[in-house]
Design a protein. Structure first.
Ligand code: ATP
Length: 304
């Protein structure tokens, strides 16, 4: 594998109107780490997603979708608890209300055992996010086990802080996520999230090689012990901004895997972020490698 990632993927329902009025909805799947996995797979990397799904139809949808995206799901486990659910209601063109039904879900039952099988066979990179440790004690232990195992087998770690205030307090998140972030080679977050885990300088002092700051429509930057590089965001019409961060991370890590320089890694990240905001859904609009260059196309271009 090039990348192994783990976390929770839920069934996602995107309402076409207001839920309280009764409406139609599109059913898909959503999860930060699996969005990164799909993004990397479309860019041609070999990726495994590990996690637990319920013994139910939403669980079958999660696994089938990821397999269809050529993400390896061979170590995914079924669990007696139900697959989690997330509801999206778009209230304004760029304002989405998100509600989660994931407490006690199959995904939250992830544990260290799942990590052992997922990392069997090795990988260049283990991608983790700050959502997983918030799901349950065993899921937190799974993330710690993934860091331990990555160190043993010589894999690099990327860590997206991904603070979710619905899951825990900032204080609890800072206490748990700071030591995890310090173990990573690449840490990704918004300015607020990076401050939560000690800030850019502190992370570099603790041995993190690259700290990547996502700045929404202002683009992204990366800081290493040698300096800071910045890339502007691409100008696109925003259709749905949810998932931009994970898309960006997939692009940045793809550049890392390909050995691109820091500016080129950022450029691939911002290209993927632009695809994500310009299309509906978290992962559906992510580019293949051949499509990456479309981002520079002039308006009105028709591909014939
Ligand atoms: P989310 O939590 O919604 O997934 P995030 O806060 O983790 O997002 P952002 O910083 O919003 O991540 O977005 C990641 C990247 O996506 C940005 O660095 C940028 O390159 C791209 N992006 C985000 N918003 C826009 C936008 N409005 N126009 C163009 N590109 C954007």
């Amino acid at each position: 594998m090039d990348v192994v990632t783990l976390g929770e993927t839920m069934v996602a329902m995107r309402a076409d109107g207001l839920l309280r009025l009764g409406t139609t909805a599109r059913v898909s799947v959503a999860g930060a780490e699996s969005t990164v996995a799909v993004g990397l797979s479309r860019l041609g990397h070999r990726v495994r997603w590990a996690g637990r799904v319920g013994r139910d139809e939403p669980g079958a949808l999660v696994v089938r979708t990821l397999r269809a995206e050529e993400v390896d799901t061979s170590t995914v486990r079924e669990d007696d608890a139900p697959t989690g659910l997330v509801l999206f209601e778009q209230r304004l063109p760029d304002v989405t209300r998100v509600q989660y039904y994931r407490a006690g879900s199959a995904g939250s039952r992830l544990g260290p055992d799942d990590v052992v099988s997922a990392l069997d066979g090795g990988t260049r990179l283990v991608h983790l996010s700050g959502i997983t440790p918030a799901l349950s004690t065993t899921a937190w232990e799974a993330v710690v086990a993934a860091c331990d195992r990555a160190a043993e087998i010589g894999s690099a770690i990327s860590f997206d802080v991904n603070f979710r205030s619905r899951l825990w307090s900032a204080e609890d998140a800072a206490r748990v996520l700071t030591p995890l972030a310090r173990r990573a080679t690449v840490v990704v977050g918004s300015p607020d999230e990076l401050a939560l885990v000690g800030g850019v300088s502190d992370l570099l002092r603790h041995g993190v090689a690259e700290v990547v700051t996502k700045r929404g429509a202002e683009g992204a930057s990366v800081t290493t012990p040698d300096g800071t590089w910045h890339a502007p965001a691409h100008e696109v019409s925003v259709v749905d901004s949810v998932g931009a961060g994970d898309a960006f991370t997939a692009g940045y890590l793809s550049g890392w895997l390909d050995g691109l320089d820091l500016a080129e890694r950022l450029a691939r990240g911002t290209a993927c972020g632009a695809f994500a905001v310009a299309t509906r859904g978290d992962w559906e609009g992510l580019p293949t490698r051949a499509e990456l260059d479309l981002i520079g196309s002039s308006r009105g271009t028709a591909l014939r």
